[in-house]
Design a protein around this ligand. Structure first.
Ligand SMILES: *[C@@H]1O[C@H](CO)[C@@H](O)[C@H](O)[C@H]1NC(C)=O
Ligand SMILES: *[C@@H]1O[C@H](CO)[C@@H](O)[C@H](O)[C@H]1NC(C)=O
Ligand SMILES: *[C@@H]1O[C@H](CO)[C@@H](O)[C@H](O)[C@H]1NC(C)=O
Ligand SMILES: *[C@@H]1O[C@H](CO)[C@@H](O)[C@H](O)[C@H]1NC(C)=O
Ligand SMILES: *[C@@H]1O[C@H](CO)[C@@H](O)[C@H](O)[C@H]1NC(C)=O
Ligand SMILES: *[C@@H]1O[C@H](CO)[C@@H](O)[C@H](O)[C@H]1NC(C)=O
Ligand SMILES: *[C@@H]1O[C@H](CO)[C@@H](O)[C@H](O)[C@H]1NC(C)=O
Ligand SMILES: *[C@@H]1O[C@H](CO)[C@@H](O)[C@H](O)[C@H]1NC(C)=O
Ligand SMILES: *[C@@H]1O[C@H](CO)[C@@H](O)[C@H](O)[C@H]1NC(C)=O
Ligand SMILES: *[C@@H]1O[C@H](CO)[C@@H](O)[C@H](O)[C@H]1NC(C)=O
Ligand SMILES: *[C@@H]1O[C@H](CO)[C@@H](O)[C@H](O)[C@H]1NC(C)=O
Ligand SMILES: *[C@@H]1O[C@H](CO)[C@@H](O)[C@H](O)[C@H]1NC(C)=O
Length: 642
């Protein structure tokens, strides 16, 4: 999605204290049909007025609000903007173009608008850091009719009455089904065409619940073909956000200044926290639940602050920022200005470390290793800067710019010309992200109230993923999980754990370690891909959390080949005589679950005066030789089917 790091610059200023969420409703523009939803609504939804700052012609597109059909909540709607792949493809009649795919893209949050993805990732228009708007050559609607949808109700331009915000993810799934039911009434060909549900981040929670709702419906409104989850929050917070930290350090030793001693320290913490799962291919038993151990960081007012309510722009990062700030205020971090040099700070930290916490779980951070590593980098590692979270980008590790360049379509969306053209509500302003009020309340208790960090009371999809995946096989629905190698917030190892902890086709996890390289259309190394029993895993080299933002051309090839297509690269095949082969081969580039970025540059300075820190080759070489031995211990436990 759009760089949420940027978004956070205005965080504190934008927080508005509010106890009940707003009551919002769709706007009826001139020409709204008086009849129930049907193809005659296409004329109403078609975007025909000029859009401010858009100077390029767009394919025919449609936008507006559609009811979610929730009883007692007539104002609960989802806002969509859909683009034709080619002239007439969306206007097709029932039964036409029945082989042609269509897709929906969802961003996460929870409470983030999918138009962040539209404008920064895979939409036909991209916003620049000067707020101008340019075409995106790699828009996903070039490959399929594509919709960007704000959801759950109340997010972005989607509306909800004050008591109509979703109480949980099952209601979210039902709302989405209601929306789909109405969408296919307006665009009847979609009912029969293969449907691809795609999204990222907290959509890793939404998508499994939507798929569950589809599988639970006797006559679903759409024909789901595949779903694809990028950098998804599908497992528990401990697994997707904290467990992978050592692997992030192994990928980017820049974070710890290539310091073996610090590495060993975090390795010890990782072990003490039970994060050092040893993946085997296939697995023999499900991993036990890994509880979140916050240490006293959980007492920090960050959580209490959030429950006081009100809107914030990025929940996903909001909490983190608060936590880091809280520690600084409490004097628990060494303030940058108090020490002459980073080297001195580093030594001080080490003294503190050896005297106090090695061998036991750090009492302050607990097992919140994400915050621990960020704090370390901000305070001790060049070129990150202490004191301001904006110098750290959990979504893309190599970005230490402070401030980052804005990529913010708020002005565009709230301009009356845009609003009228896309038939948006007038009862609310579009916001990049809201602090989502589950069950229409901002009050919840965390961490002990049976809800997650975001106030979502629903169990994480990992709990039912094996059942879902088994149903997916029965329904001929394929599954894709993909990750950007430079994402620190939902780092890829958590996704690999999620896959290895899932049983489908009667086997738990993949039977071989993902190790097959793939390449984009220019022949550039794109990462690795692995496919078994209709589950595909793709790791993108060089991409952050918002994969199509950082690697747009590669993401486009991925959509074409692996999502919409059935490219077999990385597919494990067994021949009748028992020989197992992998299409495209295995080159062991990924044997340690790490795609090293140890020699990559880190960017710092401001967005207009970018400097880059390129590690010395001797530093990288010394690290490489250290880590080769350091990781071997763990990988000795890795077994693969021969
Ligand atoms: C908008 O139109 C719908 C019918 O399409 C109607 O039910 C609703 O009352 C109208 N709302 C307003 C505010 O006029
Ligand atoms: C987009 O494609 C056009 C036409 O092929 C090309 O001229 C332009 O340079 C491309 N823009 C980018 C940003 O790649
Ligand atoms: C729905 O919105 C209309 C305004 O269009 C408002 O009059 C009505 O009270 C709202 N309904 C609810 C349940 O909030
Ligand atoms: C939502 O809140 C209502 C009270 O407003 C309560 O009765 C209901 O149990 C809550 N639902 C969930 C899922 O928390
Ligand atoms: C922490 O303790 C482990 C053994 O428990 C040791 O291997 C490691 O070197 C220690 N790390 C530091 C930074 O002292
Ligand atoms: C994984 O293997 C290492 C090395 O054998 C071991 O120390 C560690 O306890 C194992 N992890 C778990 C969760 O069993
Ligand atoms: C593994 O999956 C089971 C459900 O099958 C779940 O209860 C457990 O929490 C998961 N473990 C991890 C580490 O995700
Ligand atoms: C249009 O772009 C200019 C910069 O080129 C920007 O200042 C302005 O805010 C934008 N307006 C809208 C409505 O997006
Ligand atoms: C935009 O529309 C709203 C109401 O729809 C109105 O209050 C406001 O003045 C308009 N703004 C501009 C700049 O025209
Ligand atoms: C599958 O995708 C790979 C990677 O993009 C590409 O090199 C290859 O040509 C594709 N295979 C087929 C059969 O299209
Ligand atoms: C994978 O999906 C294809 C097409 O839906 C189906 O023919 C095949 O049986 C599936 N394979 C497995 C192992 O489920
Ligand atoms: C098994 O079959 C594959 C082709 O399907 C062949 O390449 C391989 O040599 C065979 N192996 C043995 C041991 O027969």
């Amino acid at each position: 999605m759009l760089e949420l790091g940027t978004v956070l610059l205005g965080l504190a200023a934008l927080a508005v204290s509010q106890d009940t969420p707003p009551s919002t409703y769709p706007h009826n523009y001139t020409g709204i049909p008086a009849t129930g939803y049907g193809p005659e609504w296409q004329h109403y939804f078609e975007v025909t007025e000029p859009l401010p700052n858009v100077t390029v012609p767009l394919p025919r597109n449609y936008a507006g609000s559609l009811s979610v059909n929730r009883a007692g909540h007539a104002n609960d709607t989802l806002f969509f903007w859909g683009f034709e792949k080619e002239e007439g493809s969306l206007a097709a009649e029932a039964g036409e173009r029945s082989d042609e795919p269509w897709l929906i893209w969802l961003n996460g949050g929870p409470g983030a608008s999918s138009f962040l993805g539209f404008f920064a990732e895979n939409g036909p228009l991209h916003i620049t850091n000067t707020y101008s708007i340019v075409p995106n050559n790699y828009s996903w609607n070039k490959l399929a009719d594509a919709f960007w949808v704000d959801q759950p109700v109340g997010t972005g331009f989607s509306t909800a009455d004050a008591t109509g915000y979703i109480p949980d993810e099952d209601q979210m799934g039902q709302d989405f089904l209601g929306f789909l039911t109405n969408l296919v009434k307006v665009f009847p060909s979609l009912a029969e065409r293969p449907f691809y549900l795609t999204g990222e981040s907290y959509a890793g929670t939404y998508i499994p619940y939507i798929v569950k709702a589809i599988f639970s419906t006797p006559n679903p409104p759409v024909k789901l073909a595949k779903f694809a989850i990028g950098d998804g929050a599908t497992a528990a917070l401990s697994v997707f956000e904290m467990l992978p930290m050592l692997s992030v350090i192994e990928t980017y030793p820049q974070l710890i200044g290539y310091d073996p001693e610090v590495y060993e320290y975090f390795k010890t913490q990782t072990h003490l926290c039970g994060y050092d799962l040893n993946l085997t291919y296939p697995e023999t038993a499900h991993f036990p639940t890994i509880p979140v151990n916050w240490g006293s960081i959980a007492d920090a007012s960050a959580f209490a602050e959030r429950s006081r309510g009100g809107y914030s722009k990025s929940v996903f990062k909001n909490t983190l920022v608060s936590k880091v700030k809280q520690q600084q205020e409490a004097g628990q971090l060494l303030a940058a200005r108090d020490l002459e040099t980073r080297e001195e700070r580093k030594m001080a930290w080490k003294r503190d470390l050896t005297g106090r916490v090695n061998g036991t779980i750090d009492p302050y951070y607990g097992c919140d290793l994400l915050d621990f590593v960020i704090d370390y980098a901000l305070n001790y590692s060049f070129p990150w800067e202490g004191g301001d979270f904006n110098g750290f980008d959990v979504y893309f590790v190599p970005d230490a710019l402070d401030p980052e360049a804005p990529l913010d379509p708020t002005i565009f969306f709230n301009d009356n010309r845009t609003r009228a053209a896309v038939h948006a509500p007038t009862s609310q302003d579009w916001a990049e992200q809201i602090n989502y009020p589950f069950n229409s309340t901002y009050d919840y208790t965390f961490p002990d109230g049976g809800v997650n960090e975001f106030g979502d009371p629903s169990v994480e999809p990992m709990a039912f993923l094996s059942e879902l995946a088994t149903n997916a096989s029965l329904h001929n629905v394929s599954m894709i999980f993909y990750s950007g190698n430079a994402d620190m917030l939902v780092a890829h190892l958590g996704t690999e754990v999620t896959i290895q902890n899932t049983t489908w086709g009667g086997i738990q996890g993949f039977t071989r370690k993902p190790d097959t390289p793939w390449y984009d259309d220019t022949g550039k190394f794109a990462g690795i891909v692995h496919q078994e029993r209709n589950l595909t895993y793709v790791l993108f080299n060089g991409a952050g959390h918002e994969v199509p933002e950082y690697e747009p051309a590669t993401a486009y090839v991925f959509l074409r080949e692996f999502v919409l297509g059935s490219n077999t690269t990385g597919l494990v095949e067994s021949s009748g005589n028992g020989t197992v082969t992998v299409v495209g081969g295995e080159d062991h580039v990924f044997d340690n679950d790490i795609m090293s970025a140890a020699s990559d540059a880190i960017y710092y300075g401001s967005a207009t005066t970018v400097s880059s820190y390129v590690p010395a080759s001797a530093t990288v070489a010394a690290w490489d030789s250290f880590i080769a031995t350091a990781i071997t211990t763990a990988s000795a436990a890795v077994s693969t089917v021969a």
